[in-house]
Write a protein that binds this ligand. Structure first.
Ligand SMILES: Cc1ncc(COP(=O)(O)O)c(C=O)c1O
Length: 404
């Protein structure tokens, strides 16, 4: 292998995915140059014991020296996280959304308990299926009833299921998430059976931070956690927020040496910067993401493309959902083959049938720009190669919503 293989790959990746493509993956976003600079700063080299170790019940001495600045960065990151999510407690140590989920589940359940979540059949997170996290932790997975026609939790039936099954933990949130949930009946049922209600905001965390979609902690969730790199435009990682001192204590107790050891302080510093950017731009950004997804849904639908839930306004999140049966009827392709076709034109989508507007919003696209994107999308959908036009459109946009 050439000594420069990875550096060459970096350049090729930057050219393709940053300069030449338009990204409609709902799981991804772009980080500012400052956020990226912090990721490759000296923090990447360092250790310190996380401050939560100090109040995990037993005092753990920080065995590392040279940690004055790192410790301060951790405290400041948690402070700005509490401000952005208007929560009393914040934990920025989880290395990813999945690890944030693991910490939350470990902290709120014990072996033999039930954990209820939306099934992966309806876009729920795969990690909550029996064979993944529940299996590792000795839990029984319970599925919350879902109304596929409204693409939403069936809140009343879900509350009945909770009363009957008495899970120790109920998790709302999903990977394919278009509309906010009616959380009240679920929160009441959780209270009645003594279950903890958590909200996995991996996908919609940036919308929640900006005051859009829904306010899980105000609507009855006791814990909100998620990834910091989907609609939240930070480095890859996770965070957990809560208003409960007791739950925060349990989360801290389950961090060091149970689910996480070294916390990756470059990520924490970088997340701190992204949180500052979110504090400044969150409301504008989150509103625009939702406006862009509604507009993209409408523009594609008007061009005859099968986007679902027109009668519900297509979406209230950053996501849209294609109708896979209609797609097959119109183009003769599965969603997977269709995504490969679009990739040839440098339009990047997933093979689930979701389209996402977080990254194009970060690029500065507004509603007025969406018809041009929809035209390119339709050309690519028909199998014409519009890579040159996509690159040219991409080149006209710079990053919006960042501190200069
Ligand atoms: C709903 C949901 N929860 C958790 C995760 C895991 O997050 P991460 O990829 O940050 O580990 C995902 C990932 O896509 C997700 O969609």
């Amino acid at each position: 292998m050439k000594n420069t293989y990875f550096l060459d790959s970096m350049r090729a990746q930057e050219k393709w995915r940053v300069e030449d493509s338009i990204n409609l993956l709902p799981s991804e976003n772009m980080t500012s140059p400052q956020v990226r600079a912090l990721l490759s700063s000296d923090f990447v080299n360092r250790y310190t014991l996380p401050i939560e170790a100090e109040y995990a019940g037993e005092y753990m001495e920080n065995s590392y020296r040279g940690t004055r600045i790192t410790t301060d960065v951790e405290r400041k990151c948690e402070q700005v996280c509490r401000e952005v999510f208007r929560s009393r407690y914040a934990c920025v140590q989880p290395l990813s959304g999945h690890i944030a989920a693991m910490i939350t589940i470990v902290a709120t359940t014990k072996r033999g308990d039930k954990v209820a979540a939306i099934s992966d059949e309806f876009g729920g997170y795969d990690g909550y299926a029996q064979k993944y996290i529940p299996d590792i932790l000795g839990l029984k997975a319970v599925q919350l009833p879902f109304d596929a026609d409204a693409w939403n939790l069936d809140a009343d039936k879900a509350s009945q299921t909770i009363r009957k099954e008495k899970p120790r933990l109920v998790i709302l949130g999903a990977s394919l998430i278009l509309f906010p949930y009616d959380m009240k009946p679920v929160a009441e049922a959780c209270k009645a059976v003594g279950a903890t209600l958590a909200y996995d905001g991996a996908h919609v965390l940036g919308l929640i931070a900006g005051g859009e979609f829904q306010k899980p902690l105000k609507e009855g969730a006791q814990i909100l956690y998620g990834s910091t790199h989907k609609t939240f435009f930070g480095p890859q990682g996770g965070l957990i927020v809560t208003d409960s001192k007791e739950l925060d204590g349990r989360i801290r107790k389950n961090l060091t040496w149970r689910v996480v050891d070294n916390v990756h302080w470059n990520r924490v510093a970088s997340l701190g910067q992204a949180l500052i950017e979110m504090k400044r731009f969150g409301p504008q950004y989150a509103k625009q993401v939702v406006k862009n997804s509604k507009k993209l849904g409408r523009e594609l639908k008007e061009r005859g493309f099968p986007i679902m839930f027109e009668e519900l306004g297509f979406s209230r999140s950053h996501q849209l959902l294609m109708d896979r049966r209609e797609l097959k009827a119109i183009y003769g392709l599965t969603i997977n083959d269709f995504s490969v076709r679009l990739e040839k034109s440098n339009l990047i989508i997933d093979a689930v049938g979701r389209l996402g507007t977080a990254e194009i919003t970060r690029l500065g696209l507004k509603e007025k720009d969406i018809p041009e994107l929809a035209d390119l999308y339709m050309e690519a959908a028909k199998g014409r190669n519009v890579r040159r036009q996509v690159k040219s459109m991409r080149g006209r946009f710079d990053m919006a919503y960042r501190l200069r």
